[in-house]
Design a protein around this ligand. Structure first.
Ligand code: TEU
Ligand code: CA
Length: 557
């Protein structure tokens, strides 16, 4: 079986709660996704990645799983799932499931048993520690604010949670935990799912020594991520998982791995096929973090193009021939791409969305399109804390502006508006009916009011739309080995207006020039000698003159 298909596909990410509500209870569901398969097939994507659809008390929108082998009732039944999987395959596509095994929900049977006693079968399924001087065992701070430890009186101990207190971290050093996880993976693979996106999979091996770490100035807590990522046994566990499970199926895998460098990808997702196929790196989405370390991701800093280029080029070059890139601008944890990396000013939004799509899709790696990106959906520009739904955003607001008072409430609201995960979680915009055609009743989370002019119907009707442009991007990637396999050469790294690069494959060369500004600029890469202009977001070509947010892809053969 050829297991290299992960290099040839384009993945579309569906956030099930917000994609399509089929039974009008305000929440997206599996039957809704099934209804929309023809849309995805027409777009040309090969693989659908679904965010978690398992039973969950929903403290973190499904990333807190209470039963891995049950479907969350609002999404449908196991029969609905089987039908969906079947329909996806009939439409010639594949399905990636979200595998969330760094932690479970505190409502999972394993945790309910584990917290009862230090001596039962599940006692060591999680990471428990005695109090130190009547307090938390160390100063680690959770990703979702506050301590990463919560006390349980029954055991007179604390348990570790990298995220919310309802998301206790599993103890991967316990072989029984690993056995249970592998068994669960087989359950889904035996049904015929085509692979996994693995949630924070580089958090699973904790350091031996759980001692306190330096905290940023003035802060009580040391952020947990740099401490628990890429731990001592991570590579062993990934390779064991491959031997025990993945190698037995024809699947693709992508591991979500914040805090990694290209060298890590080469270890955990080597092209030798003994680990994962690729990882999600975070370098380009962390460039805009606050210079005040205590605030972490919360800022409204604009990214400098030269830094963005440096980050992406480092991954393009570092992985070439050794590992494989995943290419993404946004997902359910990031603000909307066009608002963040270019502009959602109505004057340029359409050009800018196409420019970003082109810049990413012409690179080496597997592109991931997040639902609505193909319409140029934007941030919602929220201004009130009550408009938020996400646990991370709400906790951060209270932590930094109420409790610690290190930032004024209004400044924090600006940061949230720029960075909150809720920006990407608004319902998919299908048409200009009530609630954008997502649901006939009030949706679980309000639709972005710009649905009146940003929606699938509008895009379908216009041959020059972002949607049609994405369709073409996907088609030309499928047709050209050069785009999929060619190597990468960055041009003019110090150019802070244009992102230009070449791809080489045999005698063929691809030239990509993208203007990230609203200015007219001049660039000469001998594009006048190209054999063909493959795709561009303006109706004509002005050669060396590159107009605002213009993007052009030339082929030399
Ligand atoms: O996200 C992980 C993630 O984005 C963080 O590790 C991030 O690096 C950190 O918050 C610092 O900014 C995954 C899921 O995609 C997300 O939706 C979940 O909430 C999270 O894991 C917990 O399962
Ligand atoms: Ca529903």
């Amino acid at each position: 079986m050829n297991k290299q298909w992960f290099k040839d596909v384009v993945v579309y990410q569906v956030y099930p709660m917000s994609f399509q509500d089929s039974n009008n209870d305000g929440i997206g569901d599996l039957n809704g996704i099934k209804e929309r398969l023809p849309y995805l097939q027409k777009l040309g994507v090969d693989v659908i990645w679904l965010n978690p659809i398992y039973e969950s008390p929903n403290q973190d929108n499904g990333y807190d799983i209470s039963n891995y082998e049950k479907i969350q009732p609002v999404f449908g039944t196991m029969d609905d799932f089987n039908d969906l999987l079947d329909a996806i395959h009939k439409h010639g596509m594949k399905l990636l499931m979200d595998l969330v095994v760094n932690h479970t929900s505190d409502q999972h049977r394993w945790f309910k048993e584990s917290k009862k006693s230090r001596h039962n079968k599940y006692a060591d399924f999680y990471i428990w520690r005695d109090p130190v001087d009547g307090h938390e065992p160390n100063n680690w701070g959770s990703n979702f604010s506050g301590s990463a430890w919560t006390y349980v009186p029954e055991r007179k101990q604390y348990y570790l949670h990298s995220f919310a207190s309802g998301q206790p971290d599993l103890n991967w050093d316990n072989p029984e935990v690993r056995k249970n996880v592998y068994q669960m993976m087989r359950f889904w693979l035996d049904k015929g799912v085509d692979g996994f996106r693995m949630d924070v999979i580089n958090y699973i091996s904790k350091p031996k020594d759980l001692s306190s770490a330096p905290a940023p100035n003035g802060s009580k807590y040391a952020p947990i991520e740099p401490i628990v990522t890429n731990g001592p046994h991570l590579n062993d566990y990934i390779h064991e998982m491959n031997r025990e499970v993945l190698s037995k199926y024809n699947v693709m895998t992508v591991g979500e791995m914040p805090n990694t460098k290209p060298e890590d990808a080469v270890k955990y997702a080597n092209l030798d096929g003994k680990g994962l196929n690729m990882i999600f790196q975070f370098e380009h989405v962390k460039l805009s973090a606050n210079s005040n370390k205590r605030l972490g991701k919360w800022s409204d800093k604009k990214i400098r193009l030269t830094e963005l280029k440096k980050a992406l080029s480092r991954w393009q070059n570092g992985l070439d021939g050794r590992s494989w890139n995943s290419l993404y601008w946004n997902n359910h944890d990031q603000p909307r791409a066009v608002s963040r990396f270019a502009t959602d000013d109505p004057k340029y939004r359409i050009l800018a969305a196409k420019m970003l799509g082109t810049t990413l899709h012409m690179m080496q790696g597997t592109p991931y399109v997040y639902e609505g990106e193909e319409l140029g959906m934007t941030n919602n520009h929220y201004h009130d804390i009550h408009q938020y739904e996400d646990v991370e955003s709400i906790n951060a607001y209270h932590q930094f502006s109420d409790k610690e008072k290190i930032v004024k409430p209004n400044t924090m609201l600006n940061y949230l508006a720029d960075r909150s995960r809720d920006n990407s979680r608004t319902p998919m915009q299908w048409n200009n009916d009530q609630n954008a055609g997502f649901s006939k009743v009030k949706p679980w989370y309000p639709v972005n009011p710009n649905y009146k002019y940003i929606n699938v119907d509008v895009e379908k009707a216009n041959p020059y739309s972002i949607l049609h442009y994405y369709q073409r991007l996907i088609r030309i990637r499928h047709h050209l080995d050069l785009i999929r396999y060619g190597n990468y050469e960055e041009l003019d790294p110090d150019d802070d207006q244009a992102f230009s690069y070449k791809r080489h494959y045999g005698k063929q060369t691809l030239l990509v020039i993208s203007n990230f500004t609203d200015k007219v600029i001049e660039r000469d890469y001998k594009q006048d000698r190209a054999n063909e202009l493959l795709i561009s977001n303006y109706p004509d070509d002005k050669g060396r003159t590159i107009r605002p947010y213009e993007t052009k892809v030339y082929l030399f053969i």
